[in-house]
Write a protein that binds this ligand. Structure first.
Ligand code: Z5A
Length: 208
């Protein structure tokens, strides 16, 4: 595959929505083909799965079902959308990807990381070239996110859950520092966007 996959990750209220729009503009300005996707979702089946996993009505969904649904949506997205785009040389920008499963279902729900890695190899088969993590203290992120209106099934989790999610993300950045860029998302938005732009430009300079 000749394209590249860039992913954006972060906890609650990290500012991913604004960051995605900013990154998309910056990548498109390079004159390359850009494809923007989100997880879970991005295909007809994936969006249907998204409605199931985020629906607060499914309060009893067990951790294993949640994980498998995330990978079901991902498998479809990779085969239907991301794989073909990478094959024709496009840049794919994804709002979350497999690292979110390691953080939320691994860290948050306590599923063994080895099992998730098996699913990554079998059902997904691709890994990002660059992952940008918007990192901020959990209480600060929750205060921002909860100002937004009704919470979905995962957003309704307790603070300790999100502390474990954050710890899992940070652990992954330490395990694979060459792929990750950690951005301090507790700063004012304009500073966060400058840091994202710098990280993105450095990636393209290292691999034109
Ligand atoms: N999930 C999972 O469990 N496993 C998986 O494998 C995958 C996902 C792929 C859906 O994700 C859920 O699925 C997500 C993880 C789980 N669960 N949760 N909870 P999503 O990406 O669709 O939803 P989200 O995580 O809730 O993100 P979001 O809504 O797209 O964005 P956000 O980063 O949380 O925040 P925001 O809406 O961009 O910003 C929040 C507010 O803060 C907003 O009013 C902004 O104006 C404000 N903001 C942003 N940045 C700043 C700064 N720097 N200063 C001040 N205020 C700011």
């Amino acid at each position: 595959m000749t394209g590249r996959l860039i992913t954006l990750e972060g906890g609650e209220g990290a500012g991913k929505s604004t960051a995605m729009a900013f990154l998309a503009g910056r990548i498109a300005a390079r004159g390359v083909e850009l494809l923007q996707v989100r997880e879970p979702g991005g295909t007809e089946a994936g969006e249907a799965i998204r409605r199931v996993v985020l629906n607060p009505g499914h309060a009893g969904l067990c951790a294993e079902t949640e994980l498998l649904l995330m990978f079901a949506a991902r498998a479809q997205l990779v085969r239907e959308v991301i794989g073909p785009a990478l094959a024709r040389g496009a840049v794919v920008l994804s709002d979350r990807f497999t690292d979110a499963s390691f953080a939320y279902q691994g860290g948050g729900r306590g599923i063994d990381a080895g099992r998730i890695a098996e699913l990554e190899r079998w059902a997904c088969g691709i890994r990002p070239d660059l992952t940008l993590l918007l990192d901020l203290p959990v209480d600060q992120g929750l205060a921002r996110a909860r100002g937004r209106g009704p919470t979905d099934r995962i957003e309704a989790e307790r603070t300790e859950f999100f502390e474990r999610v954050r710890a899992a993300y940070r652990q992954r950045t330490a395990q694979e520092p060459a792929r990750w860029r950690v951005i301090d998302a507790s700063r004012p938005l304009d500073e966060v966007l400058v840091a994202l732009g710098t990280a993105l430009d450095a990636h393209f300079e290292a691999r034109p």
